[in-house]
Write a protein that binds this ligand. Structure first.
Ligand code: ASP
Length: 352
């Protein structure tokens, strides 16, 4: 009897050793570094169809995306930090009227522009976020400042502006954010919503009765630097016709932005209410950490399965600590670009 027990024990020990070896060799395959450094960006997702975008506009978007990503790439190539790369890249898009962030921010119901942004550092898990500022030129810079120069994670409205001023950030007149295009979009949506309410459709969506056909122009960036650190940031004007101080996902750490050196960095764009309820950015990281999923598997599950089932639309760009990249969206298109240490550039708009 004793002998039999001994044999069984030896067999089970050797079986578990073999399993342990199998797991570590499997880990080795998945932990191979793909890129020494890398950067990925988005300029919003939505119903972006080739037939609705003139060749000229398409080129304008592509050129601006390329300009933005090359800015971050140059920083990373010269040994700069992922933090600097993310902020400077996003600033290029904030300064362009093409995107719903900074200069091109959409209008609220009250015909103002209220900006949100967030930033997260994957090495320390520090984060900064701002919601509803109306006179700060670069909300992403303010999000970073809140992270580095305050003991808080999130500031909002008037207080956030005072903090920005105290820290010497550029303050602009709110009219800086006026663009004719965005103003017209607001009027169009207001009329549409009013018509539907007149027809007593109680279910009429506040933003746009046909929100599934909307475009989301938020901008975001994730970067992995030569030291192996990841940072992510997102900046937006929110949703056209938003009201009552509505805040979307973009300034919510875990929804619009997340970064963790252990796993990945993520920036989201889409219908914010659904991204908040799904905790999209954190869920991707958590699936990698706890379920050992690859970046591709995690982004696919969160966007194509979980978010879609809930009724949410939009997408993410994500980058893991080995330099693997993922663009995942359930809309017709997403303005997006990526670059790796070899200088290989991808700039795309439509689904392929
Ligand atoms: N996610 C943003 C929001 O809900 C909108 C966007 O992506 O453009 O505020």
């Amino acid at each position: 009897m004793k002998k039999l027990f001994l044999i069984i024990s030896i067999l089970s020990i050797s079986y578990s050793c073999k399993n342990a070896l199998d797991t570590s060799s499997k880990d080795k395959i998945t932990t191979a570094k793909q890129h020494e450094f890398a950067i990925i960006i988005h300029g919003g997702a939505g119903t972006i169809l080739k037939e609705n975008l003139s060749e000229e506009k398409e080129n304008e978007y592509k050129l601006k995306l390329e300009e933005a990503i090359r800015t971050g790439y140059a920083i990373l190539k010269n040994g700069g930090t992922c933090q600097e790369a993310v902020v400077k890249t996003i600033q290029v898009m904030e300064e362009s009227p093409l995107f719903n962030a900074g200069k091109g921010a959409v209008f609220t119901h009250e015909e103002t522009n209220e900006l949100d942004a967030s930033f997260m550092d994957g090495e320390t898990l520090n984060a900064g976020a701002v919601a509803g500022v109306m006179n700060v030129k670069s909300p992403i810079e303010l999000a970073l400042k809140i992270m580095t120069d305050s003991e808080h994670v999130m500031l909002s409205g008037e207080g956030a502006s005072i903090f920005a001023k105290e820290k010497g950030l550029e303050i602009v007149d709110p009219s800086y954010f006026y663009t004719e295009n965005r103003f017209k979009s607001l009027q169009r949506i207001k009329n549409k919503v009013k018509t539907e309410l007149d027809h007593n459709d109680k279910k009429a969506a506040f933003y746009d009765a046909d929100i599934k056909n909307s475009k989301f122009g938020t901008v975001g960036c994730v970067a992995l630097d030569k030291d192996g650190n990841i940072a992510a940031g997102t900046s937006t004007g929110g949703m056209t016709n938003k009201r009552w101080g509505r805040i979307g996902d973009a300034p919510i750490i875990g929804s619009g932005t997340y970064a963790n050196n252990k796993t990945c960095g993520v920036s989201s764009t889409g219908w914010g209410e659904y991204f908040i309820r799904s905790q999209v950015a954190y869920d991707i990281s958590a699936q990698m950490e706890y379920q050992k999923k690859t970046l591709k598997e995690a982004t696919k599950d969160v966007i194509q399965n979980k978010l879609t089932k809930l009724g949410g639309t939009g997408g993410v760009v994500a980058l893991d600590n080995k330099g693997n990249m993922s663009f995942e969206f359930n809309t017709a298109g997403m303005y997006r670009a990526s670059m790796n240490e070899k200088g290989e550039l991808i700039v795309k708009i439509y689904k392929e």
